[in-house]
Design a protein around this ligand. Structure first.
Ligand SMILES: Cc1ncc(COP(=O)(O)O)c(C=O)c1O
Length: 411
């Protein structure tokens, strides 16, 4: 089991440099992808599609080696477990795992089986009706994570939007915050997605510039700064409905908070009657060696947002978990999504979660040790070069400042 499960755990990027090339937008739409080289495919995508969001990687070590705003020049054409193959047949270990969306490994056979079986029966009912797969997903997810209820969405950003709306609604209904005065606290350097409501919390100037006006009602605090959070809660606590945070910041460069931070956040949120909202879209579902990163400090948030690996990289599935006290503040007709809880996504999500449980993807220290060793071998080889690049990009003179809160950016 160890080898298979390890092989299924992804992580990293090996950048392949491609060789041949010809001009592309004119290529036949019916040409099989395998007939095109990596370089041809990259050129075709650059010519015909909007820029991807690889600025997302900017803060990480790997990204410092990349030209900004373009994907790593490497084409995935097949995936199995932790491995991917490019059109030229080169094989790589995928250490990035689609930012944690394929924690179960690429194209896991059990997920594919669930997908195909369900696709042949029923794919969508809309939420105007019941379907026979969503209740099973809802029951499985809530019991696995120990919450009374869940609300299904599709992308991670939609899950975050849902959590923000829920927090505001709870703030007005339960905490009795005066109408339209609710505030949400989030962390500098956070990444929660790309919708307008979500970028309104962002400290990434590229994500916000040119998209204003942003949605008001947000306060910022440094990630890991419990004194800062205490001060904000003391000064604005009556108006604050929630504290939204990533237990480990992903985009900011995999920033792990100081020991005891999660517990201290829990205590402060309880003291000030503020919802503790953990965005575990990237850190959840076995990514850090526990089901949730919050489990490392034995902390139970009031709301947990999951996405990415919930669909095992096959379909987008996200969900917000909360107890009835919070969840039932949203009533029928107040929020939803045509595709949220669809039978196809529900079947895939149950299969994805079962893999995590059945293949013991959490709490298997030997495998983690083996994986860390593999990673440190890679870093030992590449790190010195990467560090030189990071130093160059971090010179004091060029240190950028966040448009939103005026603080130093985390790049
Ligand atoms: C912590 C976190 N929250 C939210 C999101 C947004 O998820 P999606 O891209 O599915 O909208 C991401 C995506 O990378 C993320 O890492």
């Amino acid at each position: 089991m160890a080898a298979t499960a390890l092989a299924r755990r992804g992580a990293g990027i090996a950048a392949a440099l491609v060789r041949r090339g010809r001009g592309m937008c004119s290529a036949s739409a019916t040409a099989p992808a395998a007939a095109l080289s990596s370089e041809e495919l990259i050129r075709m995508e650059r010519d015909c599609s909007a820029h991807k969001y690889v600025a997302f990687l900017r803060a990480s070590l790997v990204s410092s080696l990349l030209p900004p705003y373009h994907p790593i020049p490497m084409v995935f054409s097949q995936g199995e477990g932790a491995h991917i193959v490019d059109p030229e047949g080169n094989k790589y270990i995928d250490f990035l795992s689609a930012y944690s969306a394929v924690n179960q490994g690429h194209c896991h056979p059990k997920v594919l089986r669930a997908l195909i079986e369900q696709a042949q029966r029923l794919t969508l009912s809309s939420r105007a009706f019941y379907n026979d797969k969503f209740p099973i997903f809802a029951e499985y997810l809530t019991s696995m994570f120990g919450y009374e209820m869940m609300l299904p969405m599709n992308t991670g950003a939609e899950g975050v939007e849902t959590a923000i709306k829920l927090a505001r609604k709870w703030g007005y209904e339960k905490k009795k915050i005066p109408k339209n005065e609710a505030l949400l606290v989030s962390c500098c350097g956070c990444f929660h997605g790309r919708t307008l409501g979500v970028i309104s919390m962002s400290c990434d100037n590229d994500a916000t510039r040119g998209f204003g006006p942003l949605v008001p009602g947000h306060l910022k605090v440094d990630f890991g700064d419990i004194d800062g959070l205490r001060k904000i809660f003391r000064e604005h606590g009556d108006q604050i409905c929630g504290f939204l945070f990533e237990p480990i910041q992903g985009e900011a460069g995999v920033v792990i908070p100081p020991d005891g931070y999660l517990k201290a956040v829990r205590d402060l949120c309880s003291k000030h009657n503020v919802l503790m909202i953990a965005d575990e879209i990237q850190t959840g579902i076995a990514r850090t060696g526990k089901m949730l990163a919050c489990d490392w400090e034995g902390v139970r948030p009031d709301m947990v947002i999951l996405g990415k690996a919930l669909g095992a990289g096959v379909v987008p599935v996200s969900a917000v978990l909360a107890d009835k006290e919070v969840m039932l503040c949203i009533r029928p007709g107040e929020h939803g999504s045509t595709f949220g809880g669809n039978p196809l996504a529900s079947a895939v999500a149950v299969a994805s979660l079962k893999i995590v449980r059945d293949e013991g993807l959490v709490e298997s220290p030997e495998e983690l040790a083996e994986a860390s060793k593999a990673l440190s071998d890679v870093l030992e080889h590449d790190l010195p070069q990467m560090q030189k690049q990071v130093k160059k990009s971090k010179s004091e003179a060029e240190k950028p400042v966040c448009d939103r809160c005026g603080r130093d950016l985390y790049v």
